[in-house]
Design a protein around this ligand. Structure first.
Ligand SMILES: C[S@@+](CC[C@H](N)C(=O)[O-])C[C@H]1O[C@@H](n2cnc3c(N)ncnc32)[C@H](O)[C@@H]1O
Length: 480
């Protein structure tokens, strides 16, 4: 029989163990990129440096560096505010939970945004304006009594941050103006992206076009939107890496998802009828196991993101998993999108390595035709996930050598930065990867001679029958 003292010790050990798990995996130490690592980039890009750094002597640059990095970090994080406003505009246009008005479609929006000459006809433009105005009214009235609708609460918070309350009629008018003005801003930005893309396409050179697309959003607010197709493209890329002998079976143990995002109201279809979720970390785990590139029990996947909303979401999910609760992902499929059969097959198998089918939430009547499946990810795949608060342009995790990542993933994030900042991000990626490790991204990045990150190969993946609906996934290897 155990003595009272030894069983007391066992209880204490078990308690400490569960406290450690609840407190989470040991957080990484995040630090700013030191001047020594930025120096070759500053030298190579002397002509393209931002105000504050351009035209300075090397000595002056070195003394300016620590303060510049800190203030630039704050400026980049500030872009999240405008990204939140963009998200509210997507909710306004595509949402179904606060209005009976028909949803705007992404095609409609593209047409209106690209219609600088007014060829869509005044009647169509007028109808569209009326539709948006009605949606604005419905959203404002629901924002004043949001109940427990997380999206309405979020929209209200975003408006409050801009100094608008939803208390009385005058404030509600202000809120309506604020939403409409943001909608007009987004429309204008959309139009300018379409112009840049059109000009890039007319170059007639797919690589030049890819390079132009790769920094398209360098002025845009940082939004968190995410959707399933890029995760499919990542699986295709990793399968190609395995076929081409670049990734060996069972060789991937540590993975970092840079900017996993949150599915709130995605830009394509704008679903807003299921709880906010993150998908990419689970998608990558699922693919790695399916492809035999990683083994369950050995795989660690972390998130590296500067958004408090993303980080809080992951930390809350991790804590729930420590309590034994799995993570449910809703997977909508809209047959009229014309997805390629390979993407449909991916959607069907999604999650079979890390979870089991779950009952999806009900699809609203206005979305008849949308097919929904759901997967419940097992807690063991969630409870070890770290959510590192990290701005990859200026920061890196500074861990000991044996804790470097085998694989880092960055889709739809570097496109928010110009070439100089992308090069800084690549230097941070280099520091976080083990020699021989890879970055997978859907952007074309400048390869400076001083960088150890070299593009190895790529795959092009089509998502649907629609023109330019696809991605090119490039893998950059860290030289040994
Ligand atoms: C548009 S979402 C993309 C989500 C997902 N990767 C995808 O492809 O669907 C961009 C994500 O990157 C994050 N992000 C943007 N800039 C970042 C930075 N400098 N460092 C870390 N995360 C960043 C955002 O917070 C967000 O989670």
């Amino acid at each position: 029989m155990r003595s009272a003292k030894s069983s007391g010790l066992l209880v204490l050990a078990a308690l400490l163990g569960s406290l450690a798990l609840a407190a989470g995996p040991v957080p990484g130490k995040v630090g700013y990129i030191p001047f020594a690592e930025a120096k070759p980039i500053l030298e190579a890009m002397a002509e393209a440096l931002p105000a504050g750094l351009s035209g300075q002597t090397p000595e002056k640059l070195e003394s300016l560096w620590p303060a510049w990095v800190k203030s630039r970090d704050a400026e980049i994080r500030e872009r999240l505010t405008r990204g939140d406003e963009d998200t509210v505009v997507n909710f306004l246009l595509f949402g179904t939970s606060f209005t009976k008005q028909p949803r705007v479609t992404s095609e409609q929006l593209r047409e209106i945004a690209g219609d600088t000459g007014g060829t869509a006809g005044e009647e169509a433009a007028g109808k569209f304006r009326q539709l948006v105005e009605k949606r604005v009214q419905d959203l404002v009235s629901r924002m004043s009594a949001p109940g427990n609708n997380e999206r309405l609460i979020f929209a209200r918070k975003v408006a409050e941050r801009a100094g608008i309350k939803s208390t009385d009629e005058a404030e509600r008018k202000k809120a309506a103006r604020y939403l409409y003005e943001n909608y007009l801003r987004v429309l204008k930005e959309q139009g300018s992206y379409q112009q840049v893309l059109g000009a890039a396409h007319s170059l007639g050179d797919p690589t030049e076009e890819f390079a132009e697309r790769s920094k398209l959003y360098k002025e845009r607010g940082l939004s968190l939107d995410t959707s399933l197709p890029p995760d499919f493209a990542l699986e295709v890329a990793m399968a190609a890496m395995r076929e081409r002998g670049i990734l060996a079976p069972g060789s991937v143990r540590r993975v970092g998802i840079i900017g996993p995002g949150l599915d709130f109201t995605d830009k394509q279809e704008g679903y807003d009828f299921y709880p906010t979720q993150t998908v990419q970390p689970f998608a990558v785990m699922d693919s790695l196991l399916r492809l035999g590139l990683a083994r369950a029990g050995e795989l660690e996947v972390d998130s590296l993101d500067l958004s408090p909303r993303v980080n809080d979401h992951i930390e809350r999910s991790r804590r729930a998993a420590v309590q034994g609760r799995g993570y449910t992902i809703q997977l909508p499929h809209e047959p009229s999108r014309g997805w390629k059969p390979e993407l449909v097959a991916y959607w069907k198998r999604f999650g079979d390595q890390i979870g089991s089918p779950a009952a999806p939430v009900a699809v609203p009547a206005s979305l008849q035709g949308t097919v929904l499946r759901a997967v419940r990810v097992r807690p063991e795949f969630v409870r070890g996930m770290r959510a590192l608060d990290l701005n990859v342009v200026l920061q890196r995790e500074e861990g000991p050598g044996d804790k470097k990542f085998d694989l880092l993933v960055a889709t739809n994030i570097l496109v928010y930065y110009d070439t100089f900042e992308q090069s800084l991000a690549l230097a941070n990626v280099q520091t976080m990867l083990r020699p021989g490790g890879f970055l997978l991204t859907n952007n074309l990045l400048l390869e400076l001679p001083s960088s150890k990150m070299k593009s190895v190969d790529y795959v092009s993946v089509e998502y649907s029958t629609r023109e330019t609906d696809g991605d090119r996934i490039v893998w950059y290897g860290r030289e040994r």
